[in-house]
Design a protein around this ligand. Structure first.
Ligand code: 5GP
Ligand code: ZN
Length: 112
């Protein structure tokens, strides 16, 4: 999507601090980290949110979780939280599917 921030980041049109990249997904450090480790994993193809995942595009979700396991393992992180906000009431501010990966501090439950 031409006016989507995360489409532009995935395409390299807007700079980011890359963690991982393959043909399906792109991972990069969050610009406003909420934990000592905080990176985002996004599909390169535009999907607006978790609410737009279908049988036709869900392969990127599986890949995203493979990448989350791989990157955390490589970083030596065993305890972490994966979050995906869907819709403004849930806290989504960028309408391109992304998984937050947060680690390095105690997490509270339930989330706010
Ligand atoms: P959401 O609020 O939609 O769940 O998460 C969006 C996340 O994207 C936020 O944590 C925010 O800090 C991050 N973010 C927004 N704009 C940028 C940007 O230009 N670069 C990077 N690296 N992260 C961004
Ligand atoms: Zn997008």
């Amino acid at each position: 999507m031409s006016d989507c921030l995360f489409c532009k980041i995935a395409a390299g049109e807007i700079p980011s601090n890359k963690v991982y990249e393959d043909e399906l997904v792109y991972a990069f450090h969050d610009i406003d980290p909420q934990a000592p480790t905080h990176f985002l994993v996004i599909p390169k193809a535009h999907i607006a949110s978790c609410g737009e995942v279908t049988a036709d595009n869900s392969a990127v979700v599986a890949r995203a979780f493979e990448v989350i396991a791989r990157v955390t393992r490589e970083l030596g992180i065993t305890d972490f939280r994966v979050v995906s906000n869907c819709g403004p009431q849930a806290g989504q501010t960028v309408p391109h599917l992304h998984f937050h990966v947060l680690a390095g501090r105690d997490m509270t439950w339930p989330p706010g």
